[in-house]
Design a protein around this ligand. Structure first.
Ligand SMILES: [Zn+2]
Length: 211
């Protein structure tokens, strides 16, 4: 069963998503990471992505979907995929669904639900490693990265005004895309601590992921 993850910035979507991929032994599709990986490959698609990125252009919806299709084709049979950060718009949702149908993939959507106030609180206080880009919540008190020892800093665009702009884009573009999945949507409370949310997510999704 593939999962399409939705969640406002600050919902813990990336952290929980990666934990789910590990727990249920699935592939993980996160657009940015897949693009970076492809750009380092010699394949035709890889070189195309590389030239777009080097020219400083945004990767078009069409190319993103070409990448999703390539990813699906290269996924082992019987292995599920968790999608993080896609679809971001109604247009992407429609193309993604067409691909899921084409490759006969079964899927559910998952929403990590938080209120805007929580998103603001979490994002304005989080810290990021300057080397490996790992993200740490406010309660992480150490000055250096647990993974690589890098220095932690607060992102300049993690200020309330910039965050509100990002949340507005989420509401305008992504919420309508999520509506398309309303019959397949599983809601998970994203308000508790990340460890708690992870536990709730395991428990909620185990029945459909461990079959
Ligand atoms: Zn680090």
């Amino acid at each position: 069963m593939d999962l399409i993850l939705f969640g406002m910035q600050g919902s813990g979507k990336g952290t929980v998503g990666k934990a789910l991929a590990e727990k249920f032994n699935t592939e993980y599709f996160e657009t940015g990471a897949v693009l970076r990986r492809l750009a380092n490959q010699d394949s035709e698609l890889g070189q195309k992505v590389k030239s777009i990125i080097e020219a400083g252009h945004l990767v078009s919806n069409e190319v993103v979907m070409e990448i999703v299709e390539d990813f699906m084709k290269n996924t082992e049979e019987n292995k599920a995929i968790i999608f993080d950060g896609i679809p971001r718009s109604v247009e992407q949702a429609k193309t993604l669904n067409a691909l899921l149908d084409k490759y006969d993939r079964d899927y559910k959507a998952v929403l990590l639900k938080i209120v805007e106030e929580t998103a603001l609180k979490r994002l304005t206080t989080r810290k990021i490693c300057k080397d490996c880009k790992e993200v740490y919540p406010a309660y992480y008190k150490k000055e250096e990265c647990e993974k690589c020892g890098g220095e932690l800093f607060t992102r300049a665009d993690d200020n309330p005004t910039a965050i509100k702009t990002r949340l507005k884009a989420f509401k305008k573009e992504t919420i309508p895309a999520m509506e398309i999945y309303k019959d397949k949507l599983i809601e998970i409370d994203g308000e508790p601590s990340i460890d708690e949310v992870r536990k709730i997510a395991y428990k909620t999704l185990a029945p459909i992921m461990e079959t």
